[in-house]
Every structure is written in C-alpha cells, then in structure tokens.
Design a protein around this ligand. Structure first.
Ligand code: TYM
Length: 330
C-alpha cells in the first residue's frame, strides 16, 4: 500500500524555461509537493527529438535544475533528477512501445503538428509520448500536473497502462492529468492565438524566466490586444487581454472577476502596467534565488540523491514488467 499519492512532472530543455512552463507546471508542483510524494525532472531525452547543440543542451539542463529550485521546488520535499541519468526509463519505454499501436501514437496532436511541415522528422517524434508514458508510469504516479497541451499525452499513458494491466495483470497505477483552472495555456504575447512556447521564433512574444526586468516590462506593455479598451475575460473575442488576465491571476492573489472589477474604469495601459510590474517583480525574486544556486555544489548533491531514488524505482518496475512479459529465465 502506498502511503502518499504521487505527483510527477517534467519539462524538456529545448529552450529557456518560460513563463508558460512556470505557470503550467512548476508552480503547481510547488504547491503539490507539500501534500504528495513529488518527482520533478528535466526531460532531456525528449529534447533530442529535434536537433540540439550538445554544449548548449548540457548548460541548459543544469540551468533548469537550478531554476526549479529557485521557483520553489524544495529538494527535501521533491525528488529532482535528470531523465537521461535513469537508464531504465528508455528500456521501459521500449516495452510500452510494443503495447502501443502506430495509429494511437500518430493521432497525437503534437506529433501531427510537428511532423506536418517536416518530411524528415525523427522516429523519436512519434515515440515521444511513449517515452513520456515511461516517465510517468515507472514510479506509480497518480497525478501529472501539466499545461493543457500535454493532457492528451497523459491520457495516452493512462490508456497504455490500462491495456498492459488488463493483458498482463496489475502492473501500473493509472495516472491522471492535472491542469489548473486558470492559466492553463499561457499564450504568446504577440500572437495570443498561439501557445507561449520555448521556440526562439517569437522573441517578443515569449517571456523567459531569465529575461531582465526591463525586457519583461517592455514585452507586456507591447502585448497585442484588441482596441475596445474593456478589461474582460473572453478568450474567443479578446485573447490578448484574457491572456494577461490569466498571467495576472496566476502570479498574484486576485481572481479574474476581482481583476475585472479592479480595472473596470481603466484603460489597457494601466492594466498592462500592473501585469508588467507583477510579472517582472515575481520573476526578479526567482532570479535572485537562481543566481545564488547556479554555481553551488549543492546541485550535484541534490541530483545524486534524486537519481538514486528514481533509478531504484524504475529498476523495480522494469523487472516486474519483464517478468509479466515472460522476459525472465526462471
Ligand atoms: P514542455 O517542455 O513542452 O512543457 C513543460 C510543461 O509546461 C507546460 N507548458 C505550458 N503551460 C501553460 N502555458 C504554456 N504556454 C505552456 N507551455 C508549456 C506544458 O504543458 C508542460 O506541462 N513532454 C513534456 C515533458 C515531459 C513530461 C513528462 C511532462 C516529458 N515527460 C512526464 C509530464 C510528465 C513537454 O514537452 O513539456
């Protein structure tokens, strides 16, 4: 019997940590770690599905770990690790691949979008959600805090686990995605119909957790909005203002209706100033903690402890799967 329920999440280091990652995943984990047994990792194997510069990737992995802790992930409450250091995860992933149909994998929205305009996409792009299923299933995760864009992948993990359990007997806990009600999908500031993403395609639309205060203020003040000057949440007709409301409610302590009331008779300039100040000071505080951490030896100790625990659990699950599948001598 498990004592505490488990939560787990990961972020892939394909660019800097963004405000979207912070609100969609990290911030939820900071809260949940008080109640659940928590696991958070850098999904560096997932980064390889698109070409990476090895030197930059190596630096980014370390920056992600320091950023998690600076954002409030507590190494005494959460197991923090680097995905590629756990060699059992790709092995589990392969066994799960054999329980997944090509049709299922190719129906994933992200796969369809990312393979659409790229004839030379890697096989890794197709198997990506199955590796994610291995990340989730190896340690009996109950809840997976993710942004809405990853919900389908968590549901696939659940389906694969369910099928495996039915065919080979109880092996996995069935995980559930957990998405916040506010700020589920932070949008690009320049194009609020698009997700705020790590890609370097939209330098003024994406807020990185490493941006300077001045840059954050500039980006928010120049965020695309409509022209009717009414601060009201309406994702369909007012995506720019709704996005800023989502950011403000996620980082401050006012709900969306409270924000609408507060800025009832104000113009967009005043509202943007408020969101810019709130966001930039929130991130500035995190950066102060990050700067203290990034060169400390503490990070290695935290990662060593994290990978030890994660590897032990993954080895146990891998052995159990092999046994169920008949991959054992005795
Ligand atoms: P990734 O790296 O694209 O994003 C990491 C997390 O941040 C969330 N997110 C957002 N949330 C709100 N608004 C946004 N604009 C935004 N952009 C990103 C994502 O939903 C995600 O929760 N495959 C995963 C990484 C992964 C993983 C896992 C996650 C690998 N294994 C196991 C959970 C469990 C990914 O690429 O996320």
């Amino acid at each position: 019997m498990k004592e505490k329920k488990k939560v787990l999440t990961g972020i892939k280091p394909t660019g800097e940590v963004t405000l979207g990652n912070y609100i969609g995943a990290i911030k939820q984990m900071v809260k949940l770690q008080n109640e659940y047994e928590s696991y958070i990792f850098v999904a560096d194997l997932h980064a390889l599905t698109i070409p990476q510069n090895p030197k930059e990737l190596k630096e980014r992995i370390k920056k992600f770990i320091a950023m998690y802790i600076a954002c409030g992930i507590d190494p005494d409450k959460s197991t923090i690790y680097i995905q590629s250091e756990n060699e059992y995860i790709p092995a589990i992933s392969y066994l799960l691949e054999c329980s997944t149909t090509y049709g299922e994998a190719s129906r994933m929205i992200q796969f369809k979008e990312k393979s659409k305009n790229n004839a030379n996409f890697s096989v890794g792009l197709l198997t990506y959600p199955i590796l994610m299923a291995a990340d989730i299933l190896y340690c009996d995760t109950d809840l997976v805090p993710v942004g809405i864009d990853q919900k389908q992948h968590v549901e696939l993990a659940r389906n694969i686990a369910d099928r495996f359990n039915k065919k080979y007997g109880e092996t996995f806990i069935l995980p559930q995605p957990l998405t916040t009600t506010e700020g589920v999908k932070i949008k690009d500031l320049k194009d609020p119909l698009k997700k705020m993403s790590k890609s370097e395609e939209s330098p003024t639309g994406v807020i990185s957790m490493f941006d300077t205060k001045e840059d954050i203020i500039k980006k928010i003040m120049k965020a695309t909005t409509d022209s009717d000057n009414i601060i009201k949440y309406d994702m369909e007709n007012k995506p720019g203002i709704s996005n800023l409301l989502n950011i403000a409610t996620s980082l401050g302590n006012l709900s969306i209706p409270e924000l609408e009331k507060k800025f009832e008779n104000c113009g967009y300039g005043e509202f943007k100033k408020y969101v810019a100040e709130l966001t930039s000071s929130h991130i500035e505080n995190i950066q102060k903690k990050y700067n203290k951490l990034i060169n400390s030896d503490e990070l290695d100790n935290i990662l060593n402890k994290g990978i030890k625990k994660s590897t032990k659990l993954a080895k146990e699950k891998y052995e159990l799967m092999k046994k169920k599948l008949g991959l054992c001598r005795n």
